[in-house]
Design a protein around this ligand. Structure first.
Ligand SMILES: NC(=O)C1=CN([C@@H]2O[C@H](COP(=O)(O)OP(=O)(O)OC[C@H]3O[C@@H](n4cnc5c(N)ncnc54)[C@H](OP(=O)(O)O)[C@@H]3O)[C@@H](O)[C@H]2O)C=CC1
Ligand SMILES: CC(C)CCC[C@@H](C)[C@H]1CC[C@H]2C3=C(CC[C@]12C)[C@@]1(C)CCC(=O)C[C@@H]1CC3
Length: 342
């Protein structure tokens, strides 16, 4: 079984198409927060792959309660998970620093700026219903809790299983602080959460390879999806498309289509886990002539800090679970009270 949160659109949906083309016998489980969109994604997949086995699962990865409920359903449906693609990601209220953009345009750093958006992007985050920073909760913590809950299906004797994170070239060490893992204080929660997911992948490999669980990180490049249409309107992107094709000659990170962006995710599916580098980020790249390929680059991560992050996430998980239990007990008490005064 291949479980994919979240694939209603963009890179995730393109990956599903590619996986089904690769192996018609796959059993896919699309985990999405919006079931209408999930149904639409399933119909689209079944139109191009008649007879494919595609299940749906309701999952809001930004809510711990939803993650716990979804994990129960998965455990009741499947005996084993071979691949868990952790693809859900948000970038709320993005702001492009126009001044920094023009300054960067005439600097030596220009290619790096286009590849990583370093110094260009900030976001405004908020608290979710669990009291967590929303970007951290969605891009990292929900996935962490999901892996923890699905451990029995992922770590089975005699089998290897894979966790694959859709990270970003925007993940930057300087945006992340081990003393503020949720990025409560900064203005780059997206970059921080993606760097944290890179670290978590390293920590998972350090802890779980012995139990047959292998984690990898992917960067899809710059892809036109709902996420990028949230940064600048689609009409703008369409207008500057010729410039983007031109930039692609200098940086192969402008993969642009979801199909191209899913290259490294697809490539990883075909690799033996033992042959992969636990500290590499696998980049989807597209050449000026439109050829897709995957290239690993070493991540700027130290293993000890990655272990500290893992421990902090375990601690936070405990706290959130306790809060959830208290909230449910309160709700039950309130329901009892309401029925008594009826
Ligand atoms: N586009 C790009 O240039 C790049 C994208 N990425 C990463 O790629 C991944 C996919 O993004 P992309 O395809 O571009 O953009 P999309 O917005 O198309 O895809 C994001 C997916 O995440 C889902 N999602 C968001 N929040 C939640 C949630 N709380 N629970 C469940 N699902 C959720 C969305 O579901 P819904 O349909 O309900 O909104 C959607 O299916 C993200 O992790 C992103 O950070 C990384 C680098 C570059
Ligand atoms: C002429 C145009 C190409 C001008 C566009 C400038 C910026 C809006 C973009 C330059 C680099 C881009 C980029 C991203 C968003 C848009 C840019 C900042 C991402 C941050 C999108 C999400 C990611 O995960 C990584 C991308 C890196 C590059």
């Amino acid at each position: 079984c291949v479980c994919l949160p979240s694939v209603c659109s963009g890179i995730g949906l393109a990956l599903c198409e590619r996986l089904l083309t690769e192996d018609t016998q796959l059993r896919l489980c699309l985990a999405c927060r919006n079931m209408q969109r999930a149904e639409a994604a399933r119909s689209a997949l079944l139109t191009s792959h008649t007879g494919a086995h595609v299940d749906l699962l309701q999952l809001d990865v930004g809510s711990v309660e939803s993650v716990l409920d979804a994990a129960e359903v998965v455990k009741s449906r499947y005996n084993r998970i071979d691949f868990l693609y952790l693809n859900a990601g948000i970038m709320p209220n993005p702001q492009v620093d126009i001044r920094a953009f023009f300054k960067g345009l005439f600097s030596r750093n220009v290619i790096n700026m286009f590849a990583t958006a370093e110094g260009l992007l900030t976001q405004q985050d908020r608290l979710n219903s669990d009291g967590l920073q929303e970007v951290f909760a969605t891009n990292l913590f929900g996935h962490f809790v999901l892996i923890r809950e699905l451990e029995p299906l992922l770590c089975q004797t005699g089998h290897t299983s894979r966790v694959v994170w859709t990270s970003s070239s925007n993940a930057r060490r300087s945006a992340f602080s081990i003393d503020d893992i949720q990025h409560r204080k900064g203005t780059e929660p997206y970059s921080s959460s993606k760097y944290a997911s890179d670290m978590l992948s390293v920590a998972l490999n350090r802890r779980m390879n012995g139990q047959g669980l292998f984690s990898s990180v992917v960067c899809p490049g710059l892809v036109m999806t709902n996420l990028t249409y949230g940064i600048l309107p689609s009409s703008f992107w369409t207008l500057i498309m010729p410039i983007m094709w031109l930039i692609r000659i200098f940086t192969n990170t402008f993969t642009l289509t979801p199909y191209n962006g899913a290259e490294a995710l697809h490539w990883l599916f075909l690799q033996k886990p033992e042959s992969l580098d636990p500290r590499a980020k696998y980049h989807s790249l597209t050449s000026g002539l439109g050829t897709n390929y995957t290239k690993p680059r070493q991540m700027d991560i130290d293993g000890e800090t990655a272990d500290v992050l893992f421990s902090k996430l375990l601690e936070l998980e405990k706290v959130v679970r306790r809060k959830l239990c208290e909230r449910n007990a309160d709700n039950e008490a309130h329901q009892r009270y309401l029925s008594e005064i009826e």
